[in-house]
Write a protein that binds this ligand. Sequence first.
Ligand code: GLN
Length: 506
Amino acid sequence: MASDDRKFFGHPIGLSTLFFTEMWERFSYYGMRGFLILFMGAPLAAGGMGLDNVTATAIYGTYTAMVYLMSVPGGWLADRVFGQRKSVLYGGILIALGHFTLAVPAAASFYFGLIFIVLGTGLLKPNISVIVGQLYSAEDARRDSAFSIFYMGINLGGFLGPLVTGYLAQQESFRNLIVGWGLDPNSTWHFAFGAAGVGMTLGLIQYVLGAKKLGTAGMEAGGATTPALAAKYKKQATIWLGAALAVIVILAVAAMSGMLTITPTGVRDWTGYSLLVITVLFFATLFMDKSWTTAERARLVVIFVFFACASVFWSVFEQAGSTLNLFADRSTANTLLGFNFPSSWFQSLNSLFIVIFAPVLGWVWLKWGKRQPSAPTKFGAGLVGVGLGFMLLVIPAKVAATPGVLVSPMWLTGVYLIHTIAELLISPVGLSSMTRLAPRKIVGAMMGIWFLGASVGNFLAGRMAGLYESLPLETLFWRVSLLPIAAGAVMFVFSKRFTKMMGGAS
Ligand code: GLN
């Protein structure tokens, strides 16, 4: 790839292909996620699944946790077997297939659709970012700015997705329109699932047509350096995939024959145990390695602390699609200047605010230069911020406890604004300092650790959202805010110490 290529905002033209592919993928992910919990909770008579809140949040939490967890094997497969380019293609196809499967109104298609999206996102999401990096040489100063542009693509998709799907799924005027076409008004949900599929398909077409702009980036499985290694990895992958498939088939047969009862809450619990085991095993193996120097060991402790912070952060932040979505749907007056909008449109606010504030924060860090707060302090502020965001909802939750009373949409807008600033203090800062902290031989695993943190966070978010109907909302909201605020306070107290342990990698 010609390093002097500057055709896309001063960047290699291949970045535009990746930008739009990821934009459409996030369009489909956030678009579908925006109304998923509402669809599961809606009564059968309204075209929904009629699930109770505990079941719906169990499915939601498991689904979102698995999406991020699958990034770990997805990254492995790309690096050692498929290469990133093919992985993104296969992933995109699976995702589109998943959304179209969800568009078919049947219970079985619902679960299969979710599984396809989980597998597809695992293949696409981590690997498309790796290709972004491969467009540049190691010393190219444009790398950081490339990722900022790419993050804009993510959030452009995250902004547009819920607007489109929310309109299709929930808006009265669309319902009337399809009644006019002679269709069942309750099928609006499935139009929305279909729209997510159309989005991903457009992304795929664009990816295939724009492939030549990427040159050779991501074409090879970089980890398979010799033909012998390539053969070994291929064999390992086949064994693992075969074993996974066998387990799935055995479970399906056992469930269908009545020998085993698979419930959403049971699957959720197993997901939780697995996440715990994976995390413990991972860090235990890391710390038991005797070859680390004292300095490296200190850095590993900080990596663990950042991982724990990220998990706590996402456990609160990722309740956007569940707890906050339910609050928007049930307790908020969704009108602006006389216009009634669908409750899931709130899901677009985070991305909108990212597009506005990411450049502002980037500018502030640049201006402060060396005087800017350390990474541990930024983490502390992000954690306290996400907690305070939830705390803000205690007041409207009290007001909305009176039946029939709806609160102003400004409350949730405020929460999403605070949460976005908090995200900007954690997400980009975390990923870049973790990569810099990692001793050389585990740099490749860092993306995996980061996604594992997101997975644990999404899982915990689902568990907390499961309390939506069993606790008074004001109690739920202040309790949710306690853990991140406490964790943030710990980060402030120890920030100097952690910064020292980072040994110049802050
Ligand atoms: N919103 C970002 C994205 O979708 C980050 C999400 C995360 O890491 N949990 O890419």
